[in-house]
Design a protein around this ligand. Structure first.
Ligand code: KG4
Ligand code: ZN
Length: 361
């Protein structure tokens, strides 16, 4: 048997991306080409992603990116075995652009189509990069999602925890905005925190100590706003102190939640236990260090794929298609519709605010 070759398309938020990924019969994967166009410049003036601008930018860029991905891979559409396009969750305009393009290519080239759940792309990336075996635990922390998921198999996911209000990246972005720091806020808050006093403000640590594994960040954001208003106008040192105290509250909260998750995970029968991080917030060094320490404590391997594969990309979508093809999961009909909300775990009830923005993952 030869390697399968999949073309992937990702347009669920503010990255337009196309990639070609190969999967060998033994389950190992290889990224053959991977092109991503970030729209940060288009959205930065607004302090967040503007759906209409994003959709138009995807229309402008996608055809060229698909061509570039095929050219860099040195293949034609005739060589690929399937087309995989993100069908949700995300911004509906962008999803329409990517899924329609995927359908048109699949139809024209006579290839099967896989309408991929973006969260599945994040969830399976660690099998592409590190060849992880099931089951493993995934922490997805991005601008639109905060989820702790048990990855049991292809298409088999158990959501253990999610945010009941804001996503973690969103909390960083909103905090940055109210402190006058640039978008995206995560890197700016992390940089400012380096010179701040993390003990100056005692910000709340929502849900800490509770047995459920959910997250909540909106109270923290409100506390930051009140602290900032109480001492306005803010000096650079005040901003640094707020950022450091905010990051400390986040890190402590995550430590409590994930620590509980790891303890529960360790009760399960399994081979080599692992925790995988995904999403843009995984770039945060304080959070990474905390997770690494926690994993060591619990005897769990900590897997952090390269940042280019933690943030949104099409290689993970192509890979999810490759895994679906390899495990004989049925391709999707050309009538498949994009879904702005699409939980990975159909059995998990929707929590208040879950997928509220539905925008990013
Ligand atoms: O996964 P991602 O690139 O995009 C989507 O959400 O689709 O994640 C972006 C999010 C933003 O909210 C950004 O502020 C956050 O990740 N982020 C960070 C850091 N770098 C990016 N948050 C905290 N610390 C960072 N260093
Ligand atoms: Zn994502």
């Amino acid at each position: 048997m030869r390697d399968s070759l999949i073309l992937g398309i990702e347009t669920s938020c503010d990255e337009t991306a196309a990639a070609v990924v190969a999967r060998a019969p033994d389950g190992t994967g290889r990224i053959v080409s991977d092109v991503v166009l970030s729209q940060i410049a288009e959205h930065s003036a607004y302090g967040g992603v503007v759906p209409e601008i994003a959709a138009r930018a995807h229309v402008d860029a996608l055809d060229g990116l698909v061509k570039a991905a095929l050219a860099q891979a040195g293949v034609t559409l005739g060589d690929v075995d399937a087309v995989a396009a993100t069908a949700g969750p995300g911004l509906i305009g962008g999803l329409l652009v990517g899924l329609m393009t995927g359908k048109a290519i699949a139809r024209a080239a006579g290839k099967p189509l896989y309408a991929i759940n973006h969260l599945e792309g994040h969830a399976l990336t660690a099998r592409l990069t590190d060849g992880l075996a099931f089951p493993y635990l995934m922490l997805l922390v991005s601008g639109g999602h905060t989820q702790l998921v048990l990855v049991k198999g292809i298409g088999d996911y158990e959501r253990w925890g999610t945010t009941i209000d804001d996503a973690l990246g969103e909390a960083f972005d909103k905090t940055a905005k109210l402190l006058g720091l640039p978008y995206p806020g995560g890197p700016a808050v992390e940089a400012a925190a380096l010179t701040g006093d993390a003990d100056r403000f005692a910000f709340p640590r929502p849900l800490v100590g509770e047995a459920r594994l959910d997250f909540s960040f909106s109270g923290l954001k409100t506390a930051v706003r009140q602290a900032a208003q109480a001492i306005a106008p803010l000096s650079d040192q005040d901003v640094a102190d707020i950022c450091a105290s905010f990051q400390k509250a986040i890190t402590r909260t995550l430590k409590d939640r994930i620590g509980r998750g790891l303890a529960r995970y360790r009760q399960l029968p399994q081979g080599a236990p692992a925790l995988v991080v995904a999403g843009g917030v995984a770039a945060n060094k304080a959070i990474r260090q905390m997770l690494q320490g926690l994993c060591t404590e619990h005897g769990v391997r900590f897997v952090a794929p390269p940042m280019s594969l933690c943030t949104d990309n099409a290689a993970m979508i192509a890979w999810a298609g490759a895994e679906r093809l390899a495990f004989d999961l049925a391709p999707d009909p050309l009538s498949a519709s994009p879904r702005s909300r699409w939980p990975l775990d159909a059995k998990a009830e929707a929590l208040i605010g879950y997928g509220k923005r539905g925008a990013k993952a």
